[in-house]
Design a protein around this ligand. Structure first.
Ligand SMILES: Cc1ncc(C[n+]2csc(CCOP(=O)(O)OP(=O)(O)O)c2C)c(N)n1
Ligand SMILES: [Mg+2]
Length: 733
């Protein structure tokens, strides 16, 4: 076959390995910690992984396979796996074939083959990607974004012990209380800000005296694709970090890898603090099948690494322990034969055949069950409340609802910058830490990636995370944790792993007299295009309460990932028109707001304003001015920016035949684009106009009035729309 020809990298490496094994003889003076049977187990996993790398390329050459990033040279991670418990949760580098097969045994070969060919019944991603993941093996699949799994891994290591403290008996995590989270990555990835941030968070958290049982494994092959890592860099960066125990081992020696990993794991398990294992390895067979390594490394250098092949290291040890070279090579060939046998049973199996099939696990929705959960957990309890039902602000309603959620749902945790003792920059979480304890309501480290990472890990640990990111603008530096991680978890694991998550996100503009750069921000496009993500935006307390209850229940029932965009300027607003009118207060009667349902705030026959957030009170103010000119307006509050309330949009538009989209977000990429597209795609034949904010960064103070949508602009546009269409409407009648 193609991969085994001596002219291919796979063939040359194979030939070198055979030749080197044949020349092995026992080294009598060398002592080994592992028995021959144990080493055979490790060798089988390593050899299986190696052959799978070659088969991946053969399959691709034949048009059967898609993925060729392999594990060759990294197979010493099989000995890492052997030093861990089989139920230590693992978030793995993409070169973890040895680790995977050690945990799976020979059965894992089929999983990998099916992954390479993207077959629909591959057991974890179901043909959506080639990943290392398996719920039974406690391996959580990862995306290809390097280092993006570290915040989640650290989050899991922080959340697991916390879950044992706070979660009720019947919802304990699926991992034991003394589990160690293992997280592996490459040497170039160790420089990524996501990695450095996550490792810092682990050290910082342990420094505060909290348990963080995590083993970081840096698989150092000296390259990030074509770019060499400077010699000694990983030791320099991580070898001497206070609070991070550092271990180093040579991947060519399985005994050493195993013994060092055991020591490292013991520290993580017993002292419950972060540990860094530096695994020296080589990268054989280039970065991927498509990588012409010869363009940036000399043949001599490439072939010099063959001598550091971990399979050869294990073969040498086996020979020391009495195996003959022939026996070792037979073992090696047996693994290949077993793969070929397995391949025959899976070749030609189905791939995902429709958009529905691809998207099935993306974001399951069971609105009835969500409503049932919310009714049982929150609404019934709300009815029994004895405190007087009084009108309140948006901030008060969110505070009260979080209080109810924390009371009714013992798995819920609330955290973020300043949310604990201070109770949030705007007081929205005030009193919650005192009432529910610091284990459940707490301040996070000042790192948005780590806040979201903790949320992702907490979800895996069986908790129900309600993190806060202090301002919308400060989500953007961390958004991959939502976009690439949270939103993809169910997709790449066919729903076997999920991220129940309600992210509270104070944002939008119109804060008066406050805010340096970015405290006012109206950029939501990067949230609206995340598949499956629910984006809610309340404008008043009663809706906020009903929406939040729904989102918490959706997280619990469906694992929904949601963002609750809280308009800061409306947090403490009491009045609509005039000081003291109290028309922006509302009473929470304990209702629920289903995902994707809008709310008519006013009915009128002449014009429909479709809006949300700050646009709602602005529009309502304008409608009163329009009424003085005999123009009666319907106002629809979208409430949900993703998915949009399509039926409500169409019904509200049809009611008047004239739509003015009142959108406080930017002209380009703003929510209004989605509303107009919805109308057009559903055949709305009336008139449409839009007002929005400018495509500008929002400046400080009164300068912001020039770029933000305001009431006068809305009123002007409403008049223009009416004037332009009255004649046409009359003619049509
Ligand atoms: C965030 C991100 N940037 C770039 C890439 C493209 N990329 C994939 S692997 C890789 C190099 C990774 O090197 P290293 O961490 O040393 O792992 P190795 O492949 O050597 O095992 C790059 C740049 C990516 N997947 N993710
Ligand atoms: Mg590397």
């Amino acid at each position: 076959m193609a991969g085994n020809s001596p002219t291919t990298p796979g063939g040359a490496l194979d030939a070198y390995f055979r030749e080197a094994v044949r020349s092995l003889s026992p080294r009598p003076s060398v002592q080994h910690g592992l028995t021959r049977a144990e080493l055979e187990l490790i060798f089988d996993a390593q050899a299986g992984s190696r052959h799978l790398d070659v088969v991946a390329r053969e399959l691709q050459a034949r048009g059967e396979g898609y993925y060729t990033i392999g594990s060759a040279g990294h197979e010493s991670n099989a000995a890492v796996a052997y030093a861990l418990r089989p139920d230590d949760p693992a978030l793995l580098h993409y070169r973890s074939g040895g680790f995977y097969l050690l945990r799976s045994g020979p059965g894992g070969v089929r999983d990998v083959l099916q992954g390479l060919m993207a077959q629909a019944d591959e057991p974890i991603a179901g043909g959506r990607h080639k990943v290392f993941g398996n719920r039974e093996l406690h391996i959580i699949p990862q995306t290809s974004t390097i280092a993006s799994h570290l915040p989640r891994a650290v989050g899991l290591a922080i959340a697991l012990p916390r879950a044992y403290r706070i979660a009720p008996q019947d919802s304990r995590p699926e991992w034991p209380a003394d589990a160690v989270v293992v997280c592996s990555f490459g040497d170039a990835s160790a420089n990524h800000s996501t990695a450095t941030g996550a490792i810092n968070t682990a050290i910082n958290t342990a420094y505060r005296g909290l348990p963080v049982p995590i083993l970081f494994v840096c698989e150092d092959n000296g390259y990030g694709i074509s770019v060499p890592t400077p010699k000694g860099w990983i030791e320099t960066a991580y070898g001497d970090r206070p609070g991070l125990d550092y271990f180093s081992c040579d991947g060519t020696d399985p005994d050493q890898v195993h013994a060092t990993t055991r020591q490292a794991v013991a520290v993580a398990r017993e002292r419950r603090r972060p540990v860094f294992l530096h695994l020296h390895c080589v990268r054989l067979l280039a970065h991927a099948g498509s990588d012409a390594e010869i363009t940036y490394r000399s043949r001599r250098r490439i072939e010099a690494d063959y001598a550091r092949d971990p399979l050869l290291g294990t073969a040498r040890t086996l020979v020391d322990l009495g195996a003959t070279p022939e026996q070792v090579l037979r073992r090696y060939d047996d693994r290949r034969n077993a793969i070929d046998d397995q391949l025959r049973t899976v070749l030609g199996r189905q791939r995902l055949a429709s958009a529905e099939a691809v998207m099935a696990p993306l974001a399951p929705r069971h609105p009835d069950r969500v409503a049932g959960h919310a009714e049982q957990s929150f609404v019934a309890r709300h009815r029994q409340r004895e405190d007087p039902v009084t009108p309140g602000t948006l901030a008060e309603a969110i505070n009260k609802t979080l209080d109810d959620v924390l009371t009714a749902e013992p798995r819920a945790i609330v955290f973020g910058e300043d949310v604990g003792v201070k109770g949030g920059v705007y007081g929205v979480t005030r009193g919650l830490a005192r009432r529910h304890g610091a284990a459940r309501v707490f301040d996070s480290i000042l790192d948005e990636q780590s806040i979201l990472g903790l949320a992702l890990g907490a979800g895996l640990a069986g908790l129900l995370p309600i993190p806060e990111i202090q301002y919308l603008a400060y989500l953007h530096n961390a958004i991959d944790q939502l976009r690439g991680e949270a939103a993809t978890q169910q997709f790449f694991s066919t729903g076997q792993y999920r991220n129940p998550l309600v992210l509270r996100l104070p944002g939008l503009s119109y804060q008066k007299g406050f805010g340096g750069h970015f405290h006012n921000d109206n950029a939501v496009a990067s949230l609206r295009d995340i598949p499956g993500l629910v984006l809610g935006c309340p404008c008043q307390g009663d809706d906020a309460a009903g929406m939040l209850r729904t989102l918490v229940s959706a997280a619990a029932v469906d694992g929904t990932v949601s963002v609750f965009l809280e308009p800061i300027a409306l947090y403490h607003r009491r009045d609509l028109d005039e000081t003291g009118d109290n028309r922006w207060l509302s009473i929470d009667h304990g209702g629920l707001v289903p995902i994707g349902s809008g709310r008519i705030r006013r009915r009128g026959a002449d014009l429909t304003m479709i809006t949300f957030g700050n646009g709602v009170p602005m529009s309502l103010q304008v409608t009163e001015r329009l009424a003085a000119d005999d123009i009666e307006t319907t106002v629809l509050d979208l409430r949900w920016l993703s998915p949009l309330p399509v039926d409500d949009i169409l019904a509200a538009a049809a009611a008047t035949g004239r739509v003015l989209v009142v959108d406080e977000t930017r002209h380009s990429g703003g929510v209004g684009e989605g509303v107009i597209t919805t109308l057009v795609e559903h055949g709305f034949h009336g008139s449409i106009a839009r007002v929005s904010s400018q495509d500008s960064i929002i400046p400080l103070g009164s300068a912001s009035d020039h770029v933000l949508l305001g009431p006068d602009e809305i009123e002007k546009a409403a008049h223009e729309l009416i004037t332009a269409t009255r004649g046409a409407a009359r003619r049509a009648r």
